[in-house]
Design a protein around this ligand. Sequence first.
Ligand SMILES: C[S@@+](CC[C@H](N)C(=O)[O-])C[C@H]1O[C@@H](n2cnc3c(N)ncnc32)[C@H](O)[C@@H]1O
Length: 257
Amino acid sequence: MRVPLAVTTSAKPNEQLVSQAQSAARQWGVPFFSRHPKESITPWFDSRAEALIVFGHDGVTLWDREGHHGFHAGMAHLRRLRLAEGEPDTFVRVAELRKGDAVLDCTLGLGQDALVASLAVGPEGRVVGVEKSLALYAIVSEGLKTYELGPDSCRVEVVHADTHEYLRTLPSRSFDVVYFDPMFARPTKSQPGFDVLRRFADHAPLTPEALQEGRRVARRWVVVKGSRHSDDLRKLGLSPEPGSRYTDVVWGRVASL
Ligand SMILES: C[S@@+](CC[C@H](N)C(=O)[O-])C[C@H]1O[C@@H](n2cnc3c(N)ncnc32)[C@H](O)[C@@H]1O
């Protein structure tokens, strides 16, 4: 029987890599498959697993029949460089992120906005990212362990949970900004990793109930990223913030309760 997700190693692992992979598999509650030297994982997609998290000497990668993806900061790296130079970033502007803020990213995805937030709020701030997809949580939480954040950022705390349930566990007014970037139907992005995001992500829309919970947990406001080509923001009662006419992305913001 094929499992949805399992953990294995690269074809020539050492003992340390095997034990790292085994312990991650235990922690994530998925099977560990040991791999013979030089054994290909391609046939496993027919017989053993729909997707595999592969621990290699150069990092952790998510594989399925369509391809593979390792964690990299992508556009977030560039956005962080620009922010450090004092250039504006739309997310930081709309959320009005300040040094020392606590940010709850309810839809962590590939961790790009969270990485930008971690620089915007600085080492005194806090960024918590929640991701429902175990496969995405696994590569992003492992990738962030080795990403060089530098002294001007806080670390990103990664939580594997359904945001709607996680929000209910949080005290009122416990984060300055609560952020949602759900999988609105939007044109395909060309950024590397976006295909993998689409295949493994949870596509459920943001509900009015989750938005209300976000408003309860926020001290300042809830920020929602959406698509110019859908009316999802309007359905949630949000009007787009003023922004560039030349982008597919629109932003909504609503005050805390
Ligand atoms: C558009 S992506 C977010 C991209 C992210 N802002 C970034 O910068 O990389 C949306 C992510 O939210 C996750 N997601 C959707 N619904 C969720 C839920 N209820 N709880 C936690 N994560 C959820 C999806 O699995 C997906 O990874």
